[in-house]
Design a protein around this ligand. Structure first.
Ligand SMILES: [Zn+2]
Ligand SMILES: [Zn+2]
Length: 420
């Protein structure tokens, strides 16, 4: 379990009734199906709009479908419901309210009823989080990123985080691509000792999409560790999001940071060595922000978040790559095996990184053999076992050289030691 002070600093401490039946608005952030069972990740909002909490339901898909009145639990993603909850010890369907994203267990409540959500709540959350990015916002973000020569892949357990930096002598993050971490119910996969971020050069954060495992790391640790992400500029996808994202964005704004969303309808923006684009699918995974960067030896690195490769902007497809950050933690893509799988450029040191946590409950990764068949040497972050400190990678050499790049602060401010 990670320290929760940072989470409290951002989201406040929600107090839910303990002795009576009460109602909450519930937004479904993610649905994970596993045979006959499912896991539903929810973001709860109090009726007065003041309090938010993450929550989870683990149960049989049949029971969830009956309660939520859908024919397939997968249909629930990004939907809203009103839930009546009580703290009855047993019920047919149990929901756990979580004190932060970094816990594996919450406080159990019984779901006593499920109703449709009033239109005004849905409408209120229809627009993307933040302000639409202006040309100036985008060019400022690109200007800093232009100095990047290199890519680091961070070990955050079952989640994703990476950054671009200029050179070994100064491995300051210049832009983060996701700042996630193992979170409920995979909180146990987050590295022991946590991850202390470096915000010395005021890096921006490009967020692929709003699934918790791609931004939870920004809420972990003490108040000092969340201060950097809260004061940063976040470039986020142009999609509607839930109450956690909304509240986080408010905190970022109040802390001097900025949340800007990708100009809708813009397929990609290319500037110098960097292309940022918007995947063309519908789900959060497949409509995220994606990056193709020309880095080491002027070779290409692809960072697709969780998007299926068929939804990448065409300019990013079918490019021979030096480095691939494997989409969706090596799991199924849009529920199917990967098509348009990116391929290595056949020069030395081609690596595909799979960001997964040892003993994660999703059973990721599932499709590594497809990548090997495509010619990739695959590096998996789950070789760092549960309960061990993080093992971050300098992407150039796949961690095979045995070298270490120390952060300029020597580890006093951040913990971003990279392995070459
Ligand atoms: Zn995702
Ligand atoms: Zn993910």
């Amino acid at each position: 379990m990670t320290e929760i002070n940072g989470f409290k600093e951002i989201f406040g401490q929600a107090v839910w009734p303990q002795d009576k039946l009460f109602e909450v608005y519930a937004f479904v952030a993610e649905v994970e199906k596993n045979d006959d069972n499912c896991l539903i990740l929810l973001e709860l909002l109090s009726l007065d709009g003041e309090q938010v909490s993450p929550a989870g339901i683990r149960g049989s898909s049949r029971t969830v479908e009956t309660f939520f009145q859908v024919s397939d639990v997968a249909q629930l993603e990004q939907q809203w419901r009103v839930l009546s909850l009580s703290q009855r010890a047993e019920g047919e369907l149990i929901l756990s309210i979580l004190a932060s994203l970094g816990v594996n267990e919450g406080v159990p409540y019984s779901i006593e009823g499920v109703k449709q959500t009033p239109e005004f709540i849905i409408a209120d959350y229809q627009s993307p989080v933040g302000d639409e990015a202006s040309e100036e916002d985008i060019s400022r973000l690109f200007d800093i990123s232009q100095k990047s020569q290199k890519l680091a892949v961070l070990d955050v357990g079952q989640g994703a985080a990476a950054f671009l930096y200029s050179q070994h002598d100064f491995p300051f993050p210049l832009v983060y691509f996701d700042i996630g971490g193992g979170c409920y119910p995979n909180a146990h996969t987050f590295p022991s000792g946590g991850v202390r971020w470096c915000f010395t050069q005021k890096p921006s954060i490009i967020l692929s999409h709003w699934h918790w495992d791609h931004w939870a790391g920004a809420t972990y640790g003490g108040t000092r560790n969340v201060a950097g992400p809260c004061a940063a500029t976040w470039l986020v996808p142009p999609v509607s999001a839930g109450p956690l994202a909304r509240k986080f964005a408010n905190k970022i704004r109040a802390s001097g940071g900025k949340v800007i969303y990708w100009p809708a309808g813009t397929s990609f923006i290319k500037s110098g060595r960097l292309i940022v684009g918007n995947a063309t699918g519908k789900s959060w995974n497949d409509s995220g922000l994606v990056v193709l960067a020309e880095l080491e030896d002027n070779r290409l690195s692809l960072i697709p978040g969780d998007a299926a490769y068929i939804y990448l902007p065409a300019i990013m497809q079918n490019k021979p790559l030096k480095t691939l950050l494997i989409a969706h933690h090596g799991g199924w893509l849009d529920a199917v095996p990967p098509t348009l799988l990116p391929y290595p450029d056949a020069e030395p040191n081609c690596y595909a990184y799979c960001s997964v946590g040892d003993q994660n409950v999703y059973g990721h990764p599932k499709l590594i053999s497809s990548y090997r068949t495509a010619g990739w040497s695959v590096v998996q972050t789950d070789t760092r076992l549960q309960g061990q400190p993080a093992f971050h990678y300098d992407a150039e050499t796949g961690g095979t050289c045995g070298g270490i790049v120390h952060p300029p602060c020597g580890g006093t401010i951040c913990s971003l030691i990279l392995h070459t």
